[in-house]
Ligand binder design. Structure first.
Ligand SMILES: [Zn+2]
Length: 238
């Protein structure tokens, strides 16, 4: 029997282990993404609320400043009103003071609105922070589990790869090179080596010629699928 068959059997076994380690790694990755999604909406809400708050706080500062300015002007005009030399002057200053009073009332109403908007945003902000904190606490353990699974599977993959490389070195160079080329293009979960299943290629399911099958069953030259180029091994219960 061609000794490459025995080595290819070892490599296939490692490829299958690598396939399931990759699956474990992807599942852990998916879990971590799902956990991150859970906290994302609270984080976004917190961010948006912070931006809105600082905008409104700026507005409120401007509104307070305007009220201060109006109060100053009112004081100054009221002084003039008391010092009015005649009825006409008095009437004109009185009108101005009335206008300023109306402006002050408008400005105060605006700043009251802004103050209550800020209050509402603050309570949104605090409850989003609470939601985030409890989501983080609840997911801390799940996250740790997923992270452990992820690092274990990448460790497993690295171990498998180093053993597999040793086997690949023992293969006939032509087969080694063929394996590496097919692994670049293979979409098979367990890589470039497949078993014959029902007289067909285990990857693309193309039926194989009797002489190809005989060669494989006798363990002579290693055969590649004429259609997808995967390396063919005899059926499992051979
Ligand atoms: Zn095939």
């Amino acid at each position: 029997m061609n000794p490459n068959y025995e080595i290819l059997e070892q490599i296939l076994r490692l490829d299958c282990e690598a396939g399931s380690a990759t699956m474990e790694w992807r599942n852990a990755q998916k879990e971590l993404t799902a956990l991150a999604e859970k906290t994302k909406s609270s984080e976004e809400l917190i961010q948006k609320t912070k931006t809105d708050l600082s905008f409104l706080e700026g507005e409120l500062r401007r509104q307070y400043k305007r009220i201060d300015e109006l109060e100053e002007r009112k004081a100054e005009r009221s002084g003039k009103l008391f010092a009015a030399k005649n009825d006409d002057e008095h009437r004109s200053f009185k009108r101005e003071v009335d206008h300023i009073d109306r402006d002050i009332r408008d400005a105060t109403r605006k700043s009251d609105d802004t103050e209550s908007q800020i209050e509402r945003l603050k309570s949104t902000y605090f409850s989003a922070e609470e939601t985030l904190a409890s989501a983080l606490a609840a997911s801390a353990e799940e996250r740790k589990k997923a992270e452990t699974a992820q690092s274990e599977s990448s460790g497993k993959l690295a171990d498998i790869e180093s053993i597999r490389n040793q086997h690949l070195e023992k293969l006939e160079p032509r087969l080694n090179q063929h394996y590496k080329r097919v692994s670049q293009i293979s979409r098979n979960a367990n890589g470039p080596i497949v078993r014959v299943v029902d007289k067909a290629c285990g990857n693309c399911h193309m039926g194989l010629a009797p002489q190809v099958l005989n060669t494989i069953l006798r363990g002579n030259d290693v055969q590649f699928c004429p259609s997808c180029n995967h390396i063919l091994l005899p059926p499992q219960n051979q």
